[in-house]
Design a protein around this ligand. Structure first.
Ligand code: GUN
Ligand code: ZN
Length: 648
């Protein structure tokens, strides 16, 4: 059973509950060949801290002595490994090196009988160059074998492999059908040739298609992915597990893995690595070692680099800068840059998991950043959920220092003295109504001062758009004194645009959808501002505290009075999570909502959204922040669905 602990988009830190204890993901399972041990499993566990490894049941079964020992003592004793042991079925070996001599039934039973914690179906490896028909037929065989394995697995967890070559629709369909089976882990298979040939953009298509069909409460394992240069990207797309035989295979050919790629010992001019394996050694010394000592050293290096990168990726999930990390990593090889660029095709899908905001500011690292789902989110919401006030004049500013409203205060004041105006800033996200200038990611983003061509073109296009479709009687681009002069001549007189009042309304609609501002703010509105920074803190309506505006991301935190207003004004299921009666009393006391008690939720919820927890009669129970999307809440059986802030 999988429990989601923290997430950023599709990327997640989870706990996989197994009979051997908990396995934290994302994780790497080193491949151990029991007949050719490079680094002992004990060391992998004790020194490196790998909680799981993967070995090949096919190799064990084909060697009479090992087979005997495995059946007699069990796999964990055979390998001397106390952690989780996953086994593969031999698909890859038989595919690469010759005929299958084993049947699905036999190899699944064998894995079960030697005490594998996670056993794998004997799937058919679908090669990238295969035609559709052959691929589709093979998928049918793999699925039939998975059905057979369901009945044989006993209490072993079962890995059901997604195949489908490079056909996204076949992948997705295969994944969807596997999602309906009693399977515990989903490897994405058939991808080794894509990785070997640096076809990373194709790999993105394969992973995305598989993720679309799979269910969120099962871990996704990228089969045969062991190069650390790929981890950040694969985790961003929702992969939880990796396995690596490469650490040892590469080491045997004197190849070092780095985040920038793989380098041959003979070509390297320096070794600046400070991993525990390399520390204290120089290249000359390593070159002078015996082949087996050298292999061990390089294998350990490869494992440390992989391990450290996964730790780095986890940290990025916790701190909210995984996109930045991925964009940096994907600049280490042009083929990875292709993969990064191809993410742009999947904005729509990725946006469904995009959090409301992040702790880390959005850093622009290059034109690919413009394809992040945060941009799509802003464009869509500002178009669909925002309506500018019907002033006579609309003034557009080029992007000033942030926060815009502070920098432009003087200019806006002068304009309002002579005309009934409203204001926009042109940012790389799109036109920003001045009252939305503090929401994530508008205020919480950093762009270089020297604007590149793609961003420039984008900004010009957006300016053009706004110039033609602004909806004011008169639109102008701010050019200082000259603009004031024109306004003095043409406009009808002073304005009364109140940015604070506009802000609370615009943020409410942007955050909760159209109609939210009306529901939340109907009545006599008072704004409480912090003295020293002149920022809105609390919103009171008819004397009741309905919401607070967060300084970090510019969005609202609801209070019970505000939540009741929203419940009245927004039709179900909007902004709601409906919980089972058994949960109601707990949540009223301020305890979190667990997935197993969620009956339904707003399909438009995004992670970190402010939500109202209600009972079956739509009565308010608590307020908190959603951790998951609706589908995830309904799928997961363990873990927190809503972090409750306050019971009602
Ligand atoms: N190892 C690497 N790729 C695969 C695959 O597609 N299936 C199985 N079973 N093992 C693999
Ligand atoms: Zn090293």
């Amino acid at each position: 059973m999988l429990e989601l602990i923290r997430r950023d988009g599709l990327a997640r830190i989870c706990r996989l509950h197994t009979r051997r204890g908990e396995l934290e993901t994302p994780c790497l399972l080193p491949v151990v060949n029991p007949r050719l041990i490079t680094v002992r499993p004990r060391e992998l566990y004790d020194i490196f801290g790998f909680q799981a490894l993967i070995t090949n049941s096919y190799i064990i079964r084909n060697d009479p002595l090992t087979r005997e020992a495995a059946l007699r003592d069990g796999l964990h004793q055979l390998l001397d490994f106390p952690g989780v042991v996953m086994t593969d079925s031999g698909t890859f070996q038989s595919h690469m090196y010759g005929e299958v001599e084993v049947q699905n039934r036999e190899i699944v039973e064998f894995q079960r009988d030697i005490g594998s914690d996670i056993g794998t179906v004997l799937d058919i490896f679908t090669e990238p160059e295969w035609g559709r028909e052959r691929t589709a037929e093979s998928i049918e065989v793999t699925l039939a074998r998975t059905v057979e394995a369901e009945g044989l697995k006993g209490d072993m967890m079962l890995a059901g492999v997604v195949q489908g070559s490079v056909y996204p629709d076949l992948r997705e369909d295969c994944a969807r059908r596997l999602a309906d089976m009693k399977v515990d882990v989903h490897p994405v298979g058939g991808v080794v040739p894509l990785m070997e040939h640096y076809r990373f953009a194709d790999l993105v298509e394969v992973i995305v298609a598989s993720k679309k069909g799979l269910r969120p409460d099962r871990p996704v394992h990228l089969f045969g992915a062991g190069h650390p240069m790929l981890f950040a990207l694969a985790v961003l797309l929702g992969c939880d597990m990796f396995d690596s035989a490469s650490y040892a295979k590469f080491a045997r050919d004197d190849r070092f893995m780095f985040l920038e790629g793989t380098f041959r010992l003979q070509d390297m001019k320096a070794l600046e690595c400070q991993c525990p394996a390399c520390a204290g050694h120089d290249l000359e010394e390593i070159r002078g070692m015996t082949h087996s000592r050298r292999t061990e050293l390089i294998a350990r290096h490869n494992l440390w680099v992989s391990k450290m990168e996964l730790e780095r990726v986890k940290r990025a999930i916790l701190e909210g800068d995984l996109w930045e990390l991925v964009e940096r990593r994907c600049r280490s090889h042009p083929a990875l840059l292709d993969a990064l660029r191809s993410l742009g095709k999947h904005q729509e899908f990725l946006e469904r998991f995009e959090p409301l905001s992040r702790e880390h500011a959005l850093f622009y690292t290059g034109p690919e950043t413009l394809n992040r789902p945060a941009f799509l989110r802003y464009q869509r919401r500002s178009r669909e959920r925002y309506q500018h006030p019907s002033t006579e004049v609309g003034i557009t500013f080029e992007e000033p220092e942030k926060p815009y409203s502070r920098t432009l205060r003087g200019a806006m004041g002068s304009i309002l003295e002579i005309s009934d105006a409203h204001f926009h800033v042109i940012s790389p996200f799109g036109p920003v109504p001045i009252e939305l200038d503090e929401i994530y990611p508008i205020s919480q983003s950093l762009f270089p001062k020297l604007v590149d061509q793609q961003t420039r073109e984008r900004i010009d296009r957006l300016m053009e758009d706004l110039a033609h479709n602004h909806g004011y009687r008169m639109g102008a681009i701010w050019e200082g004194e000259g603009t004031l002069e024109i306004l003095r001549m043409l406009s009808k007189g002073r304005g009364c645009f109140d940015i604070d009042m506009a802000r609370v309304g615009a943020v409410a609609d942007y955050q909760f959808g159209k109609g939210a501002a009306e529901a939340l703010l109907e009545g006599n509105v008072t704004l409480v501002k912090s003295k020293n920074v002149d920022r809105i803190r609390n919103v009171l309506v008819d004397g009741e505290h309905v919401a607070s505006l967060r300084a970090e991301d510019g969005f609202f935190t609801l209070h019970p009075a505000g939540a009741r207003r929203l419940l009245g004004g927004l039709a179900a299921p909007r902004s709601r999570v409906v919980v089972d009666d058994d949960s109601v009393e707990f949540n009223r006391k301020g305890r979190n909502v667990f997935c197993s008690f969620v009956l339904d939720a707003d399909p438009e919820l995004r992670p970190q959204d402010e939500v109202m927890v209600v009972d079956g009669n739509d009565v308010l129970v608590a307020i908190g922040r959603a951790q998951l999307t609706r589908e995830e809440m309904l799928c997961f059986r363990k873990g927190v669905a809503v972090k409750v802030r306050e019971g009602a």
